[in-house]
Design a protein around this ligand. Structure first.
Ligand SMILES: [Zn+2]
Length: 601
């Protein structure tokens, strides 16, 4: 194939036998190019290989709103939100009670996704965590795949063990005259079977150097035999079988734990027990094979880092948070490469969330932010670089499992993030304007079925719905008062400001939202985009505005360059080409062509 060498890439017009498309949530285009330029991305098979040998775009301009579910459906359908009906991460659908809404991650698209189109062309499709492919409906799954697990069956906990409450054990050797200290740690599994798992945590002196110092933690399940060992700042996994809520049979669960601090003299121990999770996949036979090969789902990085930003004695530190993100990246790499080597698939869609989770908690760059200090801003930037290297490593590991003459690798993202300092509690704004009703039965406020309006929020995007007579069941707003209600709501939001900055960038009626591809019956009667610096919440309690306790967000208008995602591709059928800005809906038809079919939607 001498002609292939001339262009520095594979010959054009030859279809790929296999396409792998990977999405790294929240990696903005400018951030990705920065990683390439400053050497953060250093692997020749990673970003650099994509940029030097394949197709790349300066920016991938998202559709509106710049939210994860919306973009991932757009990436696989080639349509904006008005064509898919997935108008936010959460939204209402017509003719349902005003108190109900649906998740964009478990909604069927009105436009045909690639996984359906490819299967119609006789191709085999694997969806690995791709948002929108939740496996719960025929049009929301490939031939096989892994799906986003629910919340941890037991959330993470931090323990401060003290020598005063310790037992001891003869099972673990300890030196220099220090008797092992041992504590019992119960993992509460709620309504699972068993309802709890008991773990033994021992602290010993593993170093026979004549100096009595505690230095090593040993852990085992109380009904197991083998101990696992970890030093300070090291990780170990507790794993056990349980039948969680919704499980039809017992599964393997895992909880990654870290020794946060050992007082070597006194034997005080600070121990982090991560959330207990399992892998979810379809069909069951694939789940069994995959779980056997790669183990339990390790979980996302823990938002307990938000406590640490405010008080260094609380929560988990930034290193621990970054390590969790990297662990999830490596787990997803093992999943993808295992599928590439052990299973037959022509199209593999993979999704990584680590950068998204990181930026939500650690995009500390603005002095208006609650956690801001110059030192934290540096720490936050350095942590992001570590995750940049992790993404680069992920791309490289996948590329090494592909055959450049047969396979194509497509690397995308959904959107970037911007720093935020203030939260708009949109339903509290409506309440302040007399446009929202809650029930007062004591306890937390609940939305009343005769509320005139409700706000359904995600990131910086707010859909405001009227409870309209003749449209919503039990609707209370008469048709002839619609304009007045919407004007009152728009005024209430337009007046909001914090630190002298207006909170709202743009308010559209549903019809006007056609300008941003959002004129769809699932959209709010008003659609509001907040200004950079602000994010929305749907809370029914609290003030209308309050300082944000997390720091990065998206859902701002796609017109902001910081909201742009990335697009790179290399391999069979893909010519080396540096493109300017392209729009997210171009991706699906491109991927279809590389696979050898045209899209007909
Ligand atoms: Zn996202």
């Amino acid at each position: 194939m001498a002609f292939a060498c001339q262009s520095g890439g594979p010959p054009e017009g030859i279809r790929a036998e296999r396409v792998v498309m990977v999405s790294y949530d929240s990696v903005g285009a400018d951030v990705a190019w920065q990683w390439i330029e400053d050497g953060t991305a250093s692997s020749p098979d990673g970003f650099r290989g994509l940029a030097e040998n394949g197709l790349s775009a300066e920016r991938l301009r998202p559709v509106d709103p710049t939210l994860t579910a919306v973009q991932h459906i757009s990436l696989v359908t080639g349509r904006e939100a008005s064509g898919t009906g997935v108008v936010s991460n959460s939204f209402r659908v017509p003719e349902t009670p005003i108190t109900e809404w649906v998740s964009g991650f478990s909604a069927s698209s009105q436009a045909k996704p690639l996984w359906v189109a490819a299967r119609e062309h006789g191709l085999k499709v694997a969806t690995l965590m791709w948002p929108g492919a939740d496996g719960q409906a025929p049009d929301r799954m490939g031939d096989f795949g892994a799906t986003w697990p629910g919340p941890a069956v037991s959330p993470s906990e931090i323990f401060d063990f003290s020598p005063e409450t310790a037992e001891t054990t003869g099972e673990v050797p300890s030196n220099d005259g220090l008797a092992p200290l041992m504590w019992r740690l119960t993992i509460d599994l709620g309504t699972s079977s068993p309802a709890e798992v008991e773990t033994l945590v021992a602290l010993v002196d593993a170093n026979p150097n004549g100096t009595p110092r505690y230095d090593t933690v040993a852990v085992r399940l109380s009904d197991a035999i083998d101990w696992s060992y970890a030093g300070e700042m090291e990780w170990l996994e507790i794993s056990f079988d349980a039948q969680g809520p919704g499980d039809t049979r017992p599964r393997r669960y895992g909880a990654w734990c870290k020794v946060l601090y050992i007082d070597r003299m006194t034997g005080d121990l600070r121990f982090y027990r991560g959330g207990a999770n399992r892998l979810t996949a379809y069909p069951a036979s694939f789940e069994d094979r995959l779980a056997e090969a790669i183990g339990a789902w390790p979980g996302e990085a823990d938002r307990k880092v938000l406590d640490w930003w405010l008080d260094l004695d609380e929560g988990i530190d930034l290193d621990t948070f970054v390590e969790q993100g990297r662990r999830l990246d490596r787990y997803l790499d093992r999943m993808a490469t295992w599928v590439l080597t052990e299973e037959e698939a022509d199209l593999v869609l993979v999704y990584h969330s680590a950068v998204d989770v990181y930026l939500h908690s650690a995009l500390v760059t603005d002095e208006l932010q609650w956690a801001f200090s110059p030192g934290r801003a540096i720490a936050g930037r350095e942590g992001l670089k570590r995750l940049g290297r992790s993404v680069d490593e992920s791309i490289a590991s996948m590329w090494r499992y592909l055959d450049p003459a047969r396979d194509a690798l497509v690397v995308v993202s959904d959107h970037g993030q911007l720093p935020i300092f203030e939260v708009v509690n949109a339903n509290r704004v409506l309440a302040g304007a007399g446009l929202l009703k809650t029930t007062d039965g004591g306890g937390p406020a609940r939305l009343a079925s005769d509320t005139p309006m409700v706000a359904v929020t995600s990131g910086a995007t707010i859909h405001l719905y009227l409870n309209l007579e003749g449209r919503e069941p039990g609707g209370v707003v008469p048709k002839n008062e619609v304009v007045e209600y919407l004007q009152r709501a728009a005024r209430a939001f337009a007046d909001l400001e914090a630190e002298g900055r207006p909170a709202v960038e743009k308010i559209f009626t549903r019809e006007e939202a056609a300008a941003v591809g959002l004129n769809h019956q699932n959209s709010g009667d008003l659609v509001i985009f907040l200004a950079p610096g602000f994010a929305a919440s749907g809370a029914l309690d609290g003030p209308a505005l309050e300082p944000s306790r997390y720091y990065g967000q998206h859902g701002f208008l796609a017109a902001h360059d910081e909201m742009c995602g990335m697009l790179f591709a290399r391999g069979a059928g893909i010519k080396r080409k540096r493109m300017g800005e392209v729009q997210t809906p171009v991706v699906a038809p491109m991927v279809a062509r590389w696979l050898g079919f045209e899209v007909s939607w």
